[in-house]
Every structure is written in C-alpha cells, then in structure tokens.
Ligand binder design. Structure first.
Ligand code: ZN
Length: 188
C-alpha cells in the first residue's frame, strides 16, 4: 500500500463543495487508502472532521476526531437526533471564518466502517456537532448556510494584551465576496 499523502483542501466557492456526493458502492482497498489520506489531511490541518468533497472527491465519506479517536463513516446517515446546542463552528474549506451554529445535542449515525460492516454510532456535544457538520458536506451544505449571521467573524491570528484572540466581525455577504475574490485571484 502506498504511503499516505496529505491532500489539497478545496476552498469555498469551489463547486465540488456544493455537489451532492454519491454513495460508496463497495469498500475497496482504494477507498481504505483514500480514507487514510483523509485522516492525515484532517490532522495536518488541525480539523475536527473532514468530508470527502473537501478534498475534491464527491463520495459519501467522512472522518471525525472530536478528541476520542478517529472515526471514519462511509455512507453516513443520521437516524436520530435529540436536544439542541448552539456553539462556534468553522470549516477547513472556509479558513479563518467562524460563527455560531445551532445543531442537535446528540445524534445517532449509521453507516459503514472501513471494513464495509454496518455500524451505529452515537455521541453528543462536539462529536455530534462535527458529525452533523460533515454529513451536511455530503449534501453540499456548508456551515454558512446554517450560521447565525450576526455571529460571523474572522479570526485575525492576532491577540490583545490579555492574550485573547482578536476577531473581526463580518457579514455573510462580505465573507462570501472575500472568498470569491480570493478564488478569482488564484485562477488569474
Ligand atoms: Zn466543513
């Protein structure tokens, strides 16, 4: 098997991020290799989760590590949700942007593991948030579609004299325009 490689992350507004991803028909060694690369890519980017469309592959595969180990789910489906939580969210495909998103507090997810066996997983808090965020990606849905627009802000990477990180509030429209301009500049 090839050594794993870190893949390039697609940045909004790359059209692959808006596609509906296709189910995986068979869990082949190639799929397992790809999932290993998704994990490497997620850790290299310090993400909590990653969906296959974010590396340009429109297949229904996600990886999540909310601090309790790597979970890869193929063809994931949320079969139950409970409660509600509102908290900060960001996305590797929309770097530096974050905002408050309301999600279910607890979800039950069903799908296939890397051996192609059906698994049912459940969890709450950050794990549940990450699962919902990544499964959204498979339907072309991004956190900016669900964010409270008044909470949207850029991380500047700078800190104030008390060591708190400095954030710059933005509107959804301005944030979108920023990414569109950046993508046009990269293509030029
Ligand atoms: Zn994301």
């Amino acid at each position: 098997m090839d050594a794993t490689t870190v893949r390039e992350i697609m940045i909004y507004p790359d059209p692959v991020l808006r596609r509906t991803a296709a189910p995986v028909v068979r869990v082949t060694p190639e799929i397992r290799q790809f999932i290993a690369e998704m994990g490497e890519t997620m850790y290299a980017s310090h993400g909590v989760g990653l969906a296959a469309p974010q590396v340009g592959i429109a297949l229904r595969i996600i990886v999540v590590d909310a601090g309790d180990g790597l979970r890869a789910v193929i063809n994931p489906q949320i079969i139950a949700r409970e409660g509600s939580q509102t908290g900060p969210e960001g996305c590797l495909s929309l770097p530096q942007l974050h905002g408050e998103v309301t999600r279910a507090e607890r979800v039950v997810v069903r799908g296939l593991n890397t051996r192609g066996k059906q698994v049912t997983l459940s969890g709450d808090d950050l794990w549940a948030r990450a699962m919902q965020h990544e499964i959204d990606h498979l339907d072309g849905v991004l956190f900016i579609d669900r964010v409270n627009p008044n909470s949207l802000a850029w991380t500047t990477g700078e800190t104030d004299e008390d060591g708190h990180s400095i954030e710059r509030p933005t509107s959804l429209e301005d944030a979108r325009r920023f990414f569109e301009r950046q993508s046009a500049a990269l293509r030029a």
